[in-house]
Design a protein around this ligand. Structure first.
Ligand code: IPD
Ligand code: CA
Ligand code: CA
Length: 264
């Protein structure tokens, strides 16, 4: 497999898709909801996913595609070459703020993440990584992450997980909120993964993320030494929704043992 060629192709596809998204601001956007009233989708999410699928199928007919909006293949195993795409991660931000959203793409070979991309469309910042060759934001190499203590950590977390919920002991999480330096919530899991990888956040936690939210970011995170797992400390399955944590190594261990404790 010529991964260098696939890398160049994927980057140009993402840039073209980003351009289409920016142009869409000049048109009327149609907004719908999916699983609930706050789970938004627009015609642009669907059009961009279809754009990716058409291009990938034409150029790499043997590859499979998993897309959030369901225009790709039905994926029950990670065998083969799979492109996992979220055409707009942070649709609520796209609709309400016209910023703080990203295109997320991960390309996996038999379950191993080879290429990862997160494109902040408005800032024109492309986070990318190729397994074993480091991670970049545009042409700038991202340094390996250094250890961070809870006291110095900025944690990416949505306030909903600090309220009582069915996944974790929220009282323990309150301890983390009190002890860490600060918390942030950006509303795009992909961007939050990019921020952990580039040192803007020390960790990011969510109780329910889908494969397309994390597939690209996981490859990037690994290249800078961040650890991305479910709450059992295992690699995400990438076959369905799961709790997710990504953090610098020591912090990841401390968070999972002291503060983010699953309900049994
Ligand atoms: C969502 C965003 C959000 C996260 C949700 C995701 P979408 O993706 O990443 O930050 O909290 O769980 O579903 O629906 O905007 O692609
Ligand atoms: Ca998403
Ligand atoms: Ca999406």
């Amino acid at each position: 497999m010529d991964w260098g060629l696939i890398d160049r192709y994927a980057k140009s596809l993402i840039k073209e898709a980003g351009h289409k998204i920016r142009l869409s601001f000049f048109d009327q956007i149609h907004i719908d909801s999916k699983s609930n009233a706050n789970d938004l989708v627009t015609n642009i999410d669907k059009e961009i996913e279809q754009f990716f699928i058409k291009q990938i199928q034409t150029s790499f007919p043997g590859h499979k595609i998993l897309g959030e909006e369901g225009f790709g293949d039905e994926i029950n195993s990670l065998n083969g070459t799979i492109w996992i795409v979220d055409p707009i991660d942070g649709t609520m931000n796209f609709v309400h703020q016209k910023r703080n959203f990203a295109i997320s793409l991960g390309i996996y070979q038999d379950g191993v993440g080879i290429l990862g991309y997160i494109y902040d469309v408005i800032r024109d910042e492309l986070y990318s990584a190729k397994k074993g060759e480091g991670a970049y934001v545009n042409d700038e190499r991202l340094p390996k992450l250094e250890e961070d203590s809870i006291q110095e950590a900025i944690i990416g977390i949505n306030a909903r997980w600090v309220a009582p919920n069915r996944y974790i002991d929220h009282e323990k999480l309150l301890g983390l909120i009190q002890h860490c330096r600060g918390t942030r919530s950006y509303g795009s899991a992909a961007l939050e993964l990019a921020y952990v990888s580039s040192g803007k956040l020390s960790a990011y936690v969510s109780m329910r993320l889908s494969p397309w939210d994390i597939a690209g970011g996981k490859v990037i995170a690994q290249e800078v030494g961040a650890v991305a797992t479910n709450l059992e400390g295992e690699p995400p399955s990438l076959l369905g929704p799961e709790p997710f944590i990504v953090a610098r190594e020591g912090l990841h261990h401390e968070l999972l043992t002291k503060y983010i404790v699953q309900k049994r």
